[in-house]
Ligand binder design. Structure first.
Ligand code: F0G
Length: 410
């Protein structure tokens, strides 16, 4: 049987108990999958029976009862794009982009939400909630609509990207804009879920979200023909995703589907980088940042809930962590869009900016096989993209004016 376990004192909790923090020590939980059972499904070729890559292809690895129907919009199965042109610019031969903007609501959050909302329905929840810098709320609103249950999202005031806000609103979530930042909004939803037990919390503190997101790691292995990359680079905010991807790789390794593990490389924006600071100073704790700041609003987080899992993933995998400036993020966003045709939001471009910095600093070996995860679609935040580009040129509706503007002789 799969169960929940505290990452610190290893106290075990039933898979169906609604518990977000360890009752003994207060640390966060993770799910221990019955890998023996999962192995059987692998041996029986269970997950290979489903042709298309998707989160539910790995149902045998998910802590959901066999009889439960899934709340799905067709998540996962995103492209792993060989990035030849950007690779050439950076002198890398083996660079890949795992583009999570191809998910139903435009971000990797859908992998976690399909499992999280399926679990919510399995537990009988009628009302789900999250705090969000934008993408989590967009995704939860969509999956709650799909399941026909009530949804409330708390977002920070100001800086949330409009694309994400429009998604949460159109899917019918109750949107509360808290006068404060993400970390403050998260505290409120944690307290609300403790106080009102009928409200089910779906931030990435909820380990069922992490279970869905771990499929990102599985998929990359399959797309590389049952091999892991040498290095995986991912932007880090609340730190659920890096922990989830590492769990995915580790589980595939533990059941013998792959024989090596990648170096997990986490990238944060300079103004919101408590995990990078802790990693670089070999500290066993993070120091939260009271007023995090970055153009990459998705990762504008000062007190990441899953910091311990993230630092474990980086250390266990002999990986690294690095910061990037807002300028570096915006340059990387434009480069990826113009050299590879992949439009990502600023937070996602942090992985590319981190790659560029680590190559320049000689940390990355030029022949490493590298996968950069781009976490969300560029259309989530069109305002930032428009600010980065030349304005459209307004011309008279005449051929000569158009030729003139193009510098072509008539
Ligand atoms: N990239 C994007 C586009 C995100 O939306 C997020 C997180 C991250 C990276 C970082 O992932 O938190 O698992 O380390 N967005 C959350 C939200 C916080 O509310 O949408 P993480």
């Amino acid at each position: 049987m799969s169960y929940q376990e505290c990452i610190n004192c290893h106290t075990e909790y039933d898979i169906n108990e609604i518990v977000y923090f360890c009752k003994k020590c207060g640390d966060i939980l993770e799910i221990k999958i019955d890998l023996e059972k999962a192995v059987k499904t692998v041996k029986a070729g269970y997950y290979k029976q489903q042709v298309a890559l998707s989160v539910w292809r790995y149902r045998g690895f998910m802590p959901i009862q066999e009889t439960t129907s899934t709340v799905t919009l067709g998540e996962g199965g995103t492209g792993l794009h060989h990035s030849k042109r950007l690779g050439e610019v950076l002198g890398l031969t083996n660079l890949w982009i795992k583009n999570e903007g191809e998910n139903p609501t435009g971000s990797f959050k859908d992998r976690g939400m399909t499992v999280g909302v399926t679990k919510a329905v399995e537990l009988g929840a009628k009302h789900v909630i999250c705090a969000s810098t934008g993408n989590t709320s967009a995704s939860l609103a969509a999956y709650a609509a799909r399941a026909g249950i009530r949804c409330t999202v708390l977002i920070p005031s100001g800086k949330i990207a409009y694309g994400k806000l429009s998604q949460a609103m159109i899917h019918g979530a109750k949107v509360l804009q808290v006068r404060g930042n993400f970390d403050e909004a998260l505290k409120f939803v944690l307290d609300l879920a403790e106080k009102h037990r009928s409200i089910y919390l779906l931030n990435s503190i909820n380990p069922f979200r992490i279970e869905g997101q771990k499929s990102l790691g599985y998929e990359i292995c399959e797309q590389l023909n049952y091999d892991a990359p040498d290095r995986l680079i991912v932007p880090v905010g609340n730190a659920g995703n890096i922990s989830a991807i590492w769990k995915g790789f580790s589980e595939f390794y533990n059941v013998g589907l792959i024989t090596k593990l990648p170096k997990m490389t986490g990238i944060q924006a300079v103004g919101s980088s408590p995990i990078v600071k802790a990693f670089k100073s070999h500290s066993s704790k993070i120091v939260p940042i009271a007023e995090p700041e970055t153009v990459a609003t998705a990762i504008r987080i000062g007190a990441p809930v899953s910091w311990k899992k993230a630092i474990n993933a980086i250390n266990e995998s002999h990986g690294t962590a690095e910061t990037v400036t807002d300028d570096e993020i915006l340059v990387a966003q434009k480069m990826l869009a113009q050299i590879e045709g992949i439009f990502v939001e600023p937070a996602s471009a942090a992985s590319i900016a981190g790659l560029i910095k680590l190559v320049r600093n000689g940390i990355i070996n030029k022949d490493e096989r590298i996968v950069c995860v781009t976490t969300g679609h560029g259309l989530k935040d069109p305002d930032t993209a428009i600010k980065m580009c030349e304005k459209p040129i307004e011309v008279e509706a005449e051929m000569s004016a158009i030729e003139n503007a193009l510098g072509i002789k008539s």
